[in-house]
Design a protein around this ligand. Structure first.
Ligand code: NIG
Ligand code: FE
Length: 416
């Protein structure tokens, strides 16, 4: 039997594109197409049609129709969160307090905290317990409006623990109703056993760990933390090229703490995205303009670590697309709340609400190869949607920072 759902009394249906726009760039990011006072029809989990309440007669066949009254809430494509580390074994509140008391993220890492701290906890945790914890986090962010997500490994740093993380990501993918993409981030930092001999770890990554991850087909992407004291531009390229041989596409943690060469490494390897981008210059912006690589902003991490804000305004004004993701992780952003990320973009980075919504939907979808099926209100796309509380305009969503604008989330046309 055909599953039919009709959402009526939508104050604003946002991101309405009759055809898939792919990524949205530059000035176009400001003009988000909307239908006011609208309805939306879903058939078998897929967006079928939409119109204004005046054209309500557009629906001819009412058999088996489930009607959802949006009650003057807005309907948007669910958030597409293209960068998270939500599989982790333990939180790191003690480092948070160290930073309040004056230590920097890098100083904490030098003292053995940071990613190495998370790696110790990862080695010790049982796989089932890791899955259970992570499942709760995934469930939490789905209820906050996330309708597609990418999750990284990178707290394992050896074959056994990296595979454990990637298996948990695969189990989450199999259990979750939303699309889950998997990224191998073995090059997150140099593990303790190789300290002082970075090349030994890079060789282990290239000769042992990447081939095994590839053979078991556990990752869609490979990512590298390209940063001073972590991995250089050339090391990043070597690692990403090795992973490409196993079908893993490139992503890069780029320019978070310095001009690290991460953007260069991403463009050289035709990366699908380069993420963070706190330290950008004209050269980096020009390189991205001549590429298909999506710049991804992670404002939660910039906020939580008190880093400078990426030059989002300049990037968009120069014609680039930008996406936004949560970076949900225990060290630099212990929140996966995409609604909050939108507020950061608008308040601190002077992006308009419409630009922020584009960044969190279609451009986020692009950054995980999901723009064909998600990220806009387009016939034929998956009905992963947010219904907000009653709102008169879209600005209300980032404006009420810290409140939850989400009244209901639909995944494949079904309320979760
Ligand atoms: O995206 N920058 C590197 N990786 C993470 C943080 C990892 C951690 O501190 O646990 C990030 O910010
Ligand atoms: Fe990250």
């Amino acid at each position: 039997m055909t599953q039919r759902v009709l959402i009526k009394n939508i104050s604003i249906l946002a991101g309405v594109y009759d055809e898939n726009p792919g990524k949205v760039s530059g000035a176009a990011m400001k003009s988000l197409p909307v239908l006011k006072d609208a309805w939306l029809a879903i058939e078998n989990g897929v967006i079928a049609d939409y119109g204004t309440m005046e054209t309500w007669g557009g629906i001819s066949d009412w058999t088996g129709l489930e009607v959802i009254d949006a009650g003057e809430g807005a309907v948007l494509p669910a958030w597409c969160d293209s960068h998270t580390h939500l599989v982790f074994a333990a939180t790191r509140e003690e480092e948070f307090v160290h930073r309040i008391n004056g230590l920097s993220y890098e100083e904490i890492a030098k003292r053995g905290g940071g990613i190495l701290n998370s790696a110790d906890k990862m080695a010790a945790i049982d796989e089932y317990e890791l899955f259970e914890q992570s499942r709760l986090r995934l469930n939490e962010v789905m209820h906050l409006g996330t309708g597609a997500i990418e999750i990284k490994s990178g707290y394992g740093l050896d074959l056994e623990s990296e595979l454990k993380m990637l298996r948990v990501i695969r189990q989450l993918r199999d259990a979750a109703p939303i699309p889950v993409k998997s990224t191998f981030l073995g090059a997150h930092t140099i593990p303790r056993r190789h300290s002082g001999n970075r090349d030994a770890y890079i060789k282990e990554l290239i000769n042992v760990i990447i081939p095994e991850v590839g053979k078991q087909q556990l990752a869609d992407y490979c990512d590298v933390f390209c940063e001073r004291n972590y991995f250089s531009e050339d090391e990043t390229v070597r690692i990403l090229e090795a992973a490409a041989k196993y079908g893993m596409k490139a992503k890069v943690h780029a320019n978070q703490l310095s001009k690290s060469g991460g953007v260069q490494a991403g463009v050289r390897t035709n990366a699908i995205s380069v993420d963070h981008l706190e330290y950008m210059g004209d050269e980096e912006i020009a390189l991205l303009k001549n590429s298909s690589t999506m710049p991804v902003l992670l404002p939660g991490a910039a906020f939580f670590l008190s880093l400078p804000w990426p030059p989002a305004r300049e990037m968009i004004d120069s014609g680039l697309s930008v996406a936004v993701a949560s970076d949900y992780n225990p060290g630099s952003c212990p929140s996966g709340n995409m609604n909050q990320m939108l507020s950061f973009l608008c308040v601190a980075q002077r992006m308009t609400p419409e630009e922020a919504i584009h960044a969190a939907t279609i451009n986020g979808a692009y950054a995980m190869n999901l723009d064909q099926t998600l990220g806009s209100i387009t016939p034929g796309k998956q009905a992963n949607l947010i219904i907000t509380h009653p709102v008169k305009n879209l600005a209300a969503i980032p404006y009420h920072f810290g409140s939850n604008p989400v009244a209901q989330v639909l995944v494949n046309g079904m309320t979760i």
